[in-house]
Design a protein around this ligand. Structure first.
Ligand SMILES: Cc1cc2nc3c(=O)[nH]c(=O)nc-3n(C[C@H](O)[C@H](O)[C@H](O)COP(=O)(O)OP(=O)(O)OC[C@H]3O[C@@H](n4cnc5c(N)ncnc54)[C@H](O)[C@@H]3O)c2cc1C
Ligand SMILES: *[C@@H]1O[C@H](CO)[C@@H](O)[C@H](O)[C@H]1NC(C)=O
Ligand SMILES: *[C@@H]1O[C@H](CO)[C@@H](O)[C@H](O)[C@H]1NC(C)=O
Ligand SMILES: *[C@@H]1O[C@H](CO)[C@@H](O)[C@H](O)[C@H]1NC(C)=O
Ligand SMILES: *[C@@H]1O[C@H](CO)[C@@H](O)[C@H](O)[C@H]1NC(C)=O
Ligand SMILES: *[C@@H]1O[C@H](CO)[C@@H](O)[C@H](O)[C@H]1NC(C)=O
Ligand SMILES: *[C@@H]1O[C@H](CO)[C@@H](O)[C@H](O)[C@H]1NC(C)=O
Ligand SMILES: *[C@@H]1O[C@H](CO)[C@@H](O)[C@H](O)[C@H]1NC(C)=O
Length: 506
């Protein structure tokens, strides 16, 4: 583990850092140069940690992960909720290993790490353990639910036919309509929501027909190389994040990690990259690998000097950062469904529609915890409300679901605000119909040979997923390692302009 090159860097790096810190201070107190590694890995989420591991495995140890938060893991974060004596660690962000392995196909690498580090998970039945409600209370519409599940499969098959014939993309609403699925009732809409929005965090109107189907297949459909349709939920009280932190522990040296370090400015040229932190610290490197979320890049939370080229900006602004919000409640009395899942069909589509019961033997028995999920614009809407306002709305929905029960006040209430969080600006990316394959290449392409990009959003097959972030950390990390060993390279190629295959006629 203590490689010669790391040893050299450690000694020289420390001496150099000390010397420059002193000299820089004496010139300009706000500019403190702490190190000049070969690579700065910007962001310590799954993509950043796996990129670091990939460099390390390729003999490159002269890198630093720069992370704003006080721990590794990125969107993998926990919250402890509940009354004293009945407190539980719940997940603000990702919660499921989506697709484990069945058949002879590949294994989801997140599943591999979860097993390696002993993270406790439980299979979550999304289809066979369901109770259905509407605004009048309990109403059995499992037949509608089953139909919507079959319609979703038909949607992915229809999208596959378009891919084979090289037909242009449409949005998934067009796709649904073309296969004859046109939800009218609140129940039909809520069931469609469960199949679609609950996965992509946006509506069918907002999502690509082809990419949503394609993405679904690569993760869930073993017939086309996917992992499996199992959703394995983390119930580990160390948090789901434990596996990535434990993985980092195996190779990462203290001097390769800067926590509590928020990047404000990235200056780049074909000879190197300079990164400035909020406290004025200047980091000078040969390369930077930026793993900030798509939302952070879209929102100019970090400035680039010079501005990113047009082709990169078009790609960044054309993919969408969607939001997925889990709202947790704890109760002392048991009044809700005994199944794992429930759907509530409101006359407003997407209004507190998907419920999950954690108070089951195989999850958090005796916890009294349930959570409800909202997505997309509804998430944006509730983030602008106070906790009290959202709690009142959620309680109103529970009262509608259980008209004959006096719903007690919750003993805990919590939801994270991903959309307004300046380190994320949403929960994960979603592919709209106006985003083309060329845009995708440009999203992950290198700028000026030195500025590299990776993360969940740059994954063609697995955007939105933990394993997407993993594979991008691995693939881009590998390309970067080869580049460094070759003494430089052009980096991942971009397309200067994405043009229409069939021009407009005037
Ligand atoms: C609510 C929610 C539910 C999800 N559910 C699932 C699920 O069940 N299964 C699944 O597979 N995936 C799920 N995902 C998606 C998954 O979390 C992401 O795909 C993955 O974590 C992205 O990893 P990343 O490394 O690309 O980005 P990130 O984890 O965002 O890492 C980027 C890092 O950059 C840091 N950063 C940002 N700005 C700065 C700055 N200015 N200076 C320094 N550091 C900065 C951030 O703090 C972060 O640590 C979910 C996500 C959310 C939010
Ligand atoms: C980061 O900040 C937190 C609180 O702000 C502090 O507890 C922690 O020690 C800091 N960690 C590092 C590595 O500086
Ligand atoms: C729904 O499908 C499941 C199998 O997936 C089946 O067991 C159940 O009977 C079906 N319910 C209805 C109402 O069609
Ligand atoms: C998705 O999988 C289905 C079933 O295996 C297949 O028919 C379809 O072509 C695939 N769709 C896409 C977009 O690849
Ligand atoms: C640094 O970035 C901030 C925003 O993150 C911006 O306001 C400021 O102008 C930038 N400074 C320079 C020197 O580019
Ligand atoms: C980075 O900063 C150093 C020292 O101030 C400077 O010499 C160099 O030109 C800068 N590089 C870039 C890419 O801005
Ligand atoms: C939760 O489950 C336990 C059994 O594990 C049960 O006794 C209890 O009534 C349930 N409800 C609450 C609110 O805890
Ligand atoms: C609620 O009470 C009404 C009137 O007493 C009754 O008709 C209805 O079946 C009850 N609903 C449930 C879900 O128990």
């Amino acid at each position: 583990m203590f490689t010669p090159s790391l040893f050299r860097w450690t000694l020289l790096g420390c001496l150099y850092a000390y010397a420059t810190r002193v000299s820089a201070r004496s010139i300009r107190s706000e500019t403190i140069k702490v190190a000049d590694p070969t690579v700065l890995i910007l962001g310590g989420g799954v993509a950043g940690v796996i990129a670091a591991r990939t460099l390390y495995e390729n003999g490159i140890t002269d890198f630093i992960i720069v992370e704003a938060r006080d721990e590794l893991g990125g969107r993998m974060q926990t919250e402890t909720i509940g009354v004293p004596g009945n407190e539980w660690v719940v997940e603000r962000g990702p919660n499921w290993v989506q697709g484990t392995q069945t058949g002879d196909g590949p294994e989801n690498p997140i599943w591999g790490l979860v097993k390696k580090h002993g993270v406790k998970t439980q299979a979550n039945d999304w289809y066979g353990s369901m109770t259905t409600y509407d605004e009048t209370g309990y109403v059995d519409y499992l037949d509608v639910f089953n139909d919507s599940s079959n319609e979703y499969t038909t949607l992915t098959v229809a999208a596959g036919a378009r891919v084979q014939r090289q037909l242009v993309d449409l949005n998934a609403r067009s796709g649904y309509s073309l296969i004859g699925s046109k939800p009218q009732t609140p129940a039909e809409k809520a069931c469609e929501y469960y199949q679609f929005d609950w996965e992509y965090a946006q509506t069918p109107e907002e999502s690509s027909f082809i990419a949503s189907s394609w993405g679904n297949n690569f993760t869930y459909d073993t017939d086309v190389g996917g992992f499996s349709d199992t959703n394995q939920m983390s119930i580990d009280q160390r948090g789901f994040k434990y596996f990535i932190q434990a993985e980092a522990e195996e190779f990462l040296q203290p001097q390769q990690l800067m926590l509590n370090s928020t990047v404000t400015n990235i200056t780049y040229s074909s000879s190197g990259v300079n990164v400035t932190l909020t406290d004025g610290t200047l980091l000078v490197a040969d390369y930077a690998l930026c793993t900030f979320s798509l939302g952070v890049l879209q929102n100019d939370d970090v400035s680039f000097e010079p501005s990113l080229p047009d082709w990169k900006q078009e790609a960044i602004q054309s993919m969408v950062m969607a939001t997925y919000t889990k709202i947790f409640l704890q109760f002392e009395d048991d009044f809700w469904f005994g199944t794992q899942m429930a759907i509530y069909a409101d006359t407003t589509r997407g209004r507190y529609p998907v419920w999950q019961n954690m108070n089951l033997t195989e999850f958090f028995p005796g916890s009294g915890i349930v959570f409800v999920t909202v997505t997309g614009e509804y998430s944006v809407r509730i983030e602008a409300l106070s906790d009290e306002q959202v709690q009142a709305e959620v309680m109103g929905v529970l009262q509608a679901m259980y008209p004959n029960v006096t719903i007690p006040q919750p003993t805990a209430f919590y939801f994270p605000r991903w959309h307004t969080n300046p380190l994320f600006r949403g929960s994960y990316s979603n592919w709209p119909a106006s985003f083309f394959n060329g845009h995708h290449e440009n999203l992950r392409a290198t700028v000026d040979q030195r500025l590299w990009f990776a993360g969940e959003a740059t994954s063609l097959k697995y955007f939105g997923f933990l394993h997407g972030a993993y594979f991008e950390g691995l693939d881009v990390g590998m390309s970067l390692a080869e580049c460094i060993r070759a003494g430089g390279c052009a980096g991942l190629a971009h397309i200067p302009e994405i043009t229409n295959p069939y021009p407009y006629k005037t």
